[in-house]
Design a protein around this ligand. Structure first.
Ligand SMILES: N[C@@H](CCC(=O)N[C@@H](CS)C(=O)NCC(=O)O)C(=O)O
Length: 215
């Protein structure tokens, strides 16, 4: 039994929950999972019982709690230095953090217009300004990192940076945002990873509907 517990929201919708979950799972780190479904109308009062921000994800380690997806991934990387969450060489590690921070703080047009929704059937939507700029920048990041590393993931093997972009793979797919072969190739690598498949299958089995996330 692990002494780590990851609090998450609905697997179908909670893109920030997916990031540490898939990082830990893909890197072979054992943890307990506590899924608390979104309460769309009540404003998620249960989240506030364990999370200082009233948001998920949150990682509990004994009495200690850490929140914010990237901080959780960093904490796990420190706890398990041999798990390979970050690339081994300094420059790759720094690039992995640069693009992870870009994801965390940016791409608001894409995130706003195209919520992660794993159950949704593939269908394009009218895209507000800025979405295709985000798609172009993300595609460039993926192409440059994979050219540098040789792929199939951004730094060769799956890393925390791939975890930060994992929900974007669903968005590109679900809203038909790309037909670029290199981008599709990265998406294919992600979608055949066992950790991705495990999350996806659990998401597909959920029945909760969050109206705000149904674009
Ligand atoms: N920057 C945070 C974002 C966390 C976040 O916005 N989580 C969403 C779920 S994906 C949430 O808890 N929303 C509930 C609410 O705002 O009431 C992170 O990286 O963890």
């Amino acid at each position: 039994m692990s002494d780590l517990t990851l609090y998450i929201g609905n697997k179908n919708y909670s893109s920030w929950s997916m990031r540490p979950w898939i990082a830990l799972t893909a890197c072979g780190i054992a943890f307990n999972e506590k899924l608390i479904p979104f309460d769309d109308t009540g404003g998620n009062p249960l989240f506030r019982e364990f999370s200082p921000t009233g948001r998920v994800p949150l990682l509990q380690h004994g009495e200690f709690r850490v929140w914010e997806s990237l901080a959780i991934i960093e904490y796990a990387a420190e706890l398990f230095p041999d798990a390979g969450i970050w690339p081994a060489d300094r420059e790759s590690r720094s690039l992995a953090r640069s693009i992870s921070m870009e994801m965390l703080s940016g791409f608001r047009a894409l995130r706003g217009a195209c919520p992660m929704n794993i159950r949704r059937h593939r269908r394009s939507i009218a895209l507000p300004e800025g979405v295709m700029d985000d798609v172009a920048r993300i595609s460039t990041i993926w192409r440059e990192m994979r050219q540098r590393s040789g792929g199939p993931f951004l730094f060769g093997a799956f890393s925390g940076a791939d975890a930060m972009f994992a929900p974007v793979v669903n968005r590109f797919d679900t809203y038909e945002l790309t037909d670029d072969p290199e981008t599709l190739d990265y998406m294919a690598a992600m979608k055949t990873d066992p950790a991705w498949i495990k999350w996806r299958d659990a998401a597909l089995a959920e029945t909760w509907i969050v109206a705000a996330d149904e674009a």
